[in-house]
Design a protein around this ligand. Structure first.
Ligand code: NA7
Length: 544
């Protein structure tokens, strides 16, 4: 029972990024009552928070966009091959307006708690404004890279200049003109922002623990003709991205392994991918993620490129990754990252050999030297895939919390549900392709699946759906087994939880490919939601 006046919804959705917005749109289309809570001051999720200089998506915009509305994809004009963050945020806002989503989204509201009540088979959801509502289903659309991680470095709070985290950037334009800036971290966010900050700062010091592989974006304005050509092919492009591509991106699929070709042919192929630019560099051959010797050929090619671009041999050497296969950490896509180290005002500091010991009020102290800085940028990443879910106190059957259940690593069936937590869905959760894919393709697939599942339940008067423990165990083992067959576990990456001290080291995303995964999910549904347990309502009824 609930206090009189408690609002009751069919579904509460947590988050109004690309996942939450589409989830709302689809569920409303089924006539369901839906309430979305969003912590940010507006829609857009990742693109609302990540406003650092140079922020862009590294999947091309014509593909990193919704496919559910043909009118939308035919009408929206992306300005560049990789649209900048403000444009992606504008697109998110356009979608919110176009599909009249805002009326069901409560902004500036964090979900703090969600508890399943076994007596009524409903969830109570408590928000930061102190309210509690009830819902039949809860959907976590909380994002995979949304819990920005500030490292625990001694003295950080005593730093007297400004400290910025790339994943939680202020809304006003930050101008580093005339300042000595230090940036910690060299992942995608740093690699995008370093060239821009270097143009403003009087001095930029880049603190690198692990060198990353990056390929040129070759970003450029899109012409009207290019957009039209793309749009004309959209049916095939979207079909391919969903069904055939491993990572949800339309590109030619390689039919050869890297060692099947001679040195000259191979070099020419890498050159052609390099000059075309972008993430699909890794699609030059079909075994780069599987075979170390094959992978070495691609890694050597990029290391050679770094040596060609960067003039100071010592800096070039430090920038050449030497401790993980290319692609086993998220490959980066850049505009002039390596060349930026040829600027006289940019310095690379190797903190692997000489770690940061503390932050002084005006400097970064490493084991062998102090580097004076006026402002600090933390490009130190996220508590990926589970971090935002872990911040919510989620209680399932018997009062068990999701954090207790996931103490040794996330456990899900298909990345969609976790046993013991009925009617709770996760979009792009751990155990699904998620961050190894074009996120919007994966988001749309999950949202469609969840919508169909809820419709199936309503049609049959079903009250709960829950992953069975046996199906979940089998899926977790499968996700792990597929990962072990690749080179991915050879890197200390955030895919493995390795960037968070104390986090269990488990390979979180499903690497079997977007198309394969979609087929598995569809088959499960076609077989009456195999691996899930469903219970009937005593008196089939709608909640709201
Ligand atoms: P990433 O890829 O997690 O990069 C974080 C970087 O920060 C990485 O170079 C880390 O080095 C470094 N780091 C993290 N903590 C520390 C400490 N304590 N000291 C020094 N260096 C540190 O995050 P991004 O935001 O760049 O990108 C995230 C994803 O967003 C990206 O892959 C795209 O999918 C979009 P490490 O490698 O751990 O040695």
């Amino acid at each position: 029972s609930q206090p009189a006046g408690t609002e009751v919804y069919d579904v509460v959705v947590v988050g109004a990024g690309f996942a939450g917005m589409y989830m709302l749109h689809k569920l409303r289309g089924q006539g369901l009552s839906v309430q979305v809570y969003e912590q940010g001051g507006d829609v857009g999720g990742t693109w609302y928070w990540n406003r650092y200089p140079g922020a862009r998506c590294d999947v091309e915009s014509m593909q990193y966009s919704y496919s559910f509305s043909d009118e939308l994809q035919q009408e929206w004009n992306w300005s560049e091959r990789y649209a900048p963050q403000p444009e992606i945020l504008k697109y998110a806002n356009h979608v919110a307006d176009r599909f009249k989503l805002r009326s069901d989204i409560q902004l500036n509201t964090r979900v703090d708690r969600a508890a399943f009540h076994e007596s009524s088979n409903t969830w109570s959801v408590t928000t930061s404004d102190g309210k509690t509502v009830m819902a039949k289903h809860v959907v976590l659309a909380t994002g995979c890279l949304s819990n920005a991680r500030v490292p625990d470095i001694k003295g950080l709070s005593d730093f007297k200049g400004k400290v910025y985290h790339t994943g939680n950037w202020p809304h006003e334009r930050i101008d580093f003109t005339g300042l000595r800036v230090g940036i910690i971290g060299t992942g995608s966010s740093a690699i995008q922002s370093v060239p821009i900050i270097a143009e403003q700062a009087s001095q930029l010091t880049v603190f690198q623990r692990t060198a990353n592989f990056s390929v040129p974006a070759r970003n450029a304005a899109l012409t009207a003709e290019e957009r039209e050509a793309f749009r004309a092919k959209y049916p095939e492009i979207r079909r391919f991205a969903r069904e055939e591509a491993r990572n949800g991106i339309y590109t030619e699929m390689p039919d050869k392994g890297a060692l099947d070709e001679g040195d000259n042919e191979r070099r020419a192929k890498y050159e052609s991918r390099w000059s075309r630019g972008g993430l699909t560099f890794m699609m030059a051959y079909n075994n780069l993620a599987l075979d170390k010797a094959a992978n070495d050929t691609a890694a050597d090619f990029v290391r050679d490129k770094i040596a060609e671009i960067v003039k100071d041999p010592q800096t070039a050497k430090l920038l050449q990754p030497d401790n993980h296969p290319i692609g086993s950490k998220r490959i980066c896509v850049d505009t002039d990252y390596y060349a930026t180290f040829n600027r006289p005002n940019v310095k690379l500091v190797d903190i692997r050999s000489s770690p940061i010991q503390e932050i002084l009020p005006n400097a970064v102290r490493t084991a062998d030297k102090d580097y004076e800085v006026d402002a600090l940028v933390l490009a130190t990443g996220f508590d990926a895939m589970t971090g935002s879910v872990a911040k919510i106190d989620i209680r399932g059957r018997n009062g068990q919390t999701l954090n207790q259940k996931w103490a040794e690593g996330p456990k899900t069936y298909l990345g969609l549900m976790s046993a013991g937590f009925p009617n709770l869905f996760i979009i792009t959760g751990p155990g699904s392709p998620s961050v190894l894919s074009n996120m919007i393709v994966s988001i749309e697939q999950h949202v469609d699946w969840i919508t169909d599942c809820i419709a199936h339940m309503r049609d049959r008067g079903l009250d709960t759906i829950e992953a069975s423990k046996a199906a979940e165990d089998k899926w977790v083992a499968h996700v792990n087994e597929v990962a072990q067959g690749t080179l991915y576990p050879q890197a200390n990456s955030w895919y493995m939880g390795a960037n968070i001290p104390g986090k269990p080291q488990v390979f979180m995303p499903y690497i079997g490919g977007v198309g394969v995964y979609r087929q598995i999910c569809s088959d499960v549904a076609a077989k009456g939601y195999e691996g899930f347990t469903m219970t009937a309502a005593e008196q089939p009824q709608r909640v709201a």
